[in-house]
Design a protein around this ligand. Structure first.
Ligand code: HEM
Length: 263
């Protein structure tokens, strides 16, 4: 499964699962999908095709937010991961602002910032560790981790929590100067399937983002990283449970006819 089929599940975190990320920019309003953290989102046509088929047979019933939650579930399963029953009945939101993407957790966040960001959305520390496992799939641009490999801080050019050979590899992909446009790396280069290797990489100091590596900074989250690294079953169960929790956050108002625009 290529990453363009799975990019849709992270934006759920912004305002809840209300498909605000699918709305197009209009007039003076720049929509979420055009905000900096969402530059790599694509494959919106997949959702459009599902919506078209549903509207043809059953108009006005299935929201774009439900389609997104189901697509995320299926993308995980088709990539070798777990499956789960998606509770349905979400409504679609009527607003989408690029400026609000600043509220998304950043890859530079430390553990307490991550915990706070998740708890503001009613999600626990276990949800944080389990959902971060979504980084077993997909691609990251250099811009998301370059702070760790160049001019990290006053005493270290490279983040000392990075495995040195992994850091050297990242520097060769993302040199300080003459970096290729769109350069970057798979977040879990060891496999292309949905599995628990993400946690094993963190234990080897090979987490790509600071926000991945800092999961080792506290005994509770570290224990969960170790548990998920050792047991794929435990990770799959926790991931499915947390995806249901995250995708149940919803404050929408309508069932859109077209996922790219409000009714
Ligand atoms: C814990 C807070 C999180 C942070 C700080 C974070 C950060 C990021 C960043 C910086 C990227 C790379 C963007 C780029 O350079 O193109 C990314 C990609 C991705 N994230 Fe997260 N993320 C978080 C949580 C999640 C969650 C909860 C999920 C899903 C359960 C998720 C799934 C993904 C996926 C699948 C990609 C790959 C997208 C692609 O291939 O285009 N992330 N994330």
């Amino acid at each position: 499964m290529k990453s363009n089929h799975i990019v849709f599940f992270f934006p759920i975190l912004l305002k809840g699962c209300d498909a605000s990320v699918l709305l197009n920019s209009k007039g003076n309003n720049k929509a979420e999908k055009d905000g900096p953290p969402n530059v790599s989102l694509h494959a919106f046509y997949v959702i459009d095709a599902a919506k078209k088929a549903l509207e043809a047979s059953c108009p006005g019933v299935v929201s774009c937010a439900d389609i997104l939650a189901l697509a995320a579930r299926d993308a995980v399963f088709l990539s070798g991961g777990p499956t789960w029953d998606v509770p349905k009945g979400r409504k679609d939101g009527r607003t989408s602002k690029a400026s609000e993407t600043r509220q998304l957790p950043a890859p530079t966040f430390n553990l307490s910032q991550l915990r706070q960001s998740f708890s503001q959305r009613g999600l626990s520390g276990e949800d944080l560790v389990a959902l971060s496992g979504g980084h077993t799939l997909g691609f990251s641009h250099c811009s998301s981790f370059k702070n760790r490999i160049h001019n990290f801080n006053a005493t270290h050019d490279v983040d000392p929590s990075l495995n040195p050979s992994f850091a050297a590899k990242l520097i060769s992909i993302c040199p300080l100067k003459n970096q290729a446009k769109n350069a970057g790396t798979s977040m879990d280069p060891s496999t292309t399937t949905f599995d628990n290797t993400y946690y094993r990489l963190i234990l080897q100091q090979k987490g790509l983002f600071s926000s991945d590596q800092v999961l080792l900074d506290n005994p509770d989250t570290k224990n969960l990283v170790t548990k998920f690294a050792t047991s794929k079953k435990a990770f799959y169960e926790a991931f499915a449970k947390s995806m249901i929790r995250m995708s149940s956050i919803n404050g929408g108002q309508e069932v859109r006819k077209d996922c790219r625009m409000i009714n």
